[in-house]
Design a protein around this ligand. Structure first.
Ligand SMILES: CC(=O)N[C@H]1[C@@H](OP(=O)(O)OP(=O)(O)OC[C@H]2O[C@@H](n3ccc(=O)[nH]c3=O)[C@H](O)[C@@H]2O)O[C@H](CO)[C@@H](O)[C@@H]1O
Ligand SMILES: C=C(OP(=O)(O)O)C(=O)O
Length: 421
């Protein structure tokens, strides 16, 4: 199993090219199921979840070409089986994004329940409720959601859907399903993340009629057919945020090429309050950090609030910053698994339910730590970059799920980091 060996204590300087967003590429690959014409996606990141999604689509009979420049061409003109099996779904929750498009275009779908995972129980009840409101008949049997249209119907029907909470992949499933449904769909309490906007813009290029994306109320007028399109995946704000925290923690000066400061305002505000200098520059973000930062309390919420996907990485910065801080995780019930590992590096953190109280320490000391989920892994890499001596981060298959060549990008800006077996 691969591990990362990090010798901490180096400042980071230079330029990093931010990749396409994992959480936009995954729904956009599924959106290609909505048409029988080829879809060309540029800027698709090279990471494990994308490979898993391509395997999932190929398994259904979709023909896919991928080049080394990040372009993926998807041809869903013929489908052998509208099924997402457990073996693939279990490694990646985003497989649930096949449910909406498959049901909308083929009138049937069999998608494994994703199951509980490291950061929380992550049910899909809202996905099921919304698809049922659009007329799909869904039964859950043997761990699978089996969806079909009622006898005599060939299309889903528009509906008014208000989810009990804001759900990102739920909103994405409904957007894709509604694009091909008969009549109008109104999504209330919709997610507003930039990845939703990017997906909506792609669907509009395919001929979908969507208004209100980027707000909490999205209105979709269903059309009978969608066409192919060419689309560029939006830059990964979480990858950019991770590098911002890494350089803020180690000290240094970096430009994140293609990074979108306008998608990271909540994180950038906290970095500035901590004492880092951060500015939007042409086609990127510039960060300069020198000396010890001041710890910042924050609370994760839906976009445009502080992202739960940045909680662990910012906590890595807080543990070596000056003063106390309190981190409140409101989205997932079990997203503090990095805490015990950070404590092994010398951090002082107490967890009480959804709160973590941190007392900043002056230094961390390298140790063997274990990655438990994707963003926890990234936070341990940041902690390792700051710690004195050697840190080994084990189980980095979690990191590989969602980061495109992280260690190569860090090495290029001066980190002493290598992949070992
Ligand atoms: C592939 C992808 O885009 N993943 C992101 C997506 O996950 P994902 O879309 O799975 O997360 P949701 O926005 O759906 O989850 C928000 C909350 O709603 C709950 N919930 C959700 C659906 C449902 O049917 N029932 C239910 O109870 C969840 O357990 C969670 O507590 O948004 C999360 C929140 O920003 C991010 O951390 C993930 O990186
Ligand atoms: C939790 C994440 O991803 P997923 O929803 O795919 O598990 C993430 O990207 O931080």
């Amino acid at each position: 199993m691969d591990k990362l060996l990090i010798r901490g204590g180096r400042q980071l300087h230079g330029e990093v090219r931010i990749s396409g967003a994992k959480n936009a590429a995954l729904p956009e690959l599924c959106a290609a199921l909505l048409t029988d014409q080829p879809v060309v996606l540029h800027n698709v990141p090279r990471l494990q979840d994308v490979s898993t999604m391509l395997t999932l689509l190929r398994n259904m009979g979709v023909v896919i070409e991928r080049d080394s420049q990040g372009t993926v061409t998807i041809d869903s003109s013929r489908l052998s089986s509208p099924e997402a099996p457990y073996e693939l779904v279990k490694t990646m929750r985003a497989s649930v994004l096949a449910l909406g498009p498959l049901t909308a275009r083929f009138g049937e779908a069999t998608v494994s329940l994703p199951g509980g995972c490291a950061i929380g129980s992550r049910p899909v009840d809202q996905h099921i409720k919304g698809m049922q409101a659009m007329g799909a008949e869904i039964v859950v049997e043997h761990g699978y959601m089996i969806a079909k249209l009622p006898k005599g119907r060939t299309r889903l029907k528009g509906a008014s859907i208000r989810t009990d909470m804001v759900t990102v992949t739920g909103t994405e499933n409904f957007l894709m399903a509604a694009a091909l449904a008969e009549g109008e769909t109104v999504l209330e309490n919709a997610a507003q993340e930039p990845e939703i906007t990017d997906l909506a813009e792609m669907l509009i290029k395919m001929g979908a009629r969507i208004e209100g994306h980027g707000t909490g109320r999205i209105v979709i007028q269903g059309v009978e057919k969608l066409s192919g399109c060419t689309h560029q995946v939006v830059a990964d704000r979480i990858e950019a945020g991770t590098f911002l925290c890494a350089v803020a923690a180690t000290g240094g000066d970096v430009v994140l090429r293609h990074g979108r400061a306008d998608h990271l305002e909540a994180v950038i505000d906290k970095l500035r309050d901590a004492g880092a200098s951060v500015a939007a520059v042409e086609d990127g973000i510039h960060l300069h950090s020198q000396g010890r930062l001041i710890a910042q309390s924050f609370r994760t919420t839906e976009y445009p609030g502080f992202p739960t996907d940045m909680q662990a990485q910012f906590m890595a910065l807080n543990v070596i910053a000056d003063g106390p801080s309190k981190v409140t995780e409101t989205i997932f019930e079990n997203r503090f698994m990095h805490v015990n590992e950070m404590v092994r590096l010398g951090a002082k953190i107490q967890v009480d339910g959804k709160f973590a109280v941190i007392e900043g320490v002056e230094k961390l000391s390298g140790a063997m730590v274990m990655a438990t989920d994707l963003r926890a892994s990234a936070s341990l890499v940041i902690a390792g970059l700051v710690a004195e001596g050697e840190t080994i981060v084990d189980r980095i298959y979690h990191l590989d799920r969602g980061y495109d060549q992280m260690e190569a990008k860090l090495r290029a800006i001066g980190a002493d980091i290598e992949r070992i077996k």
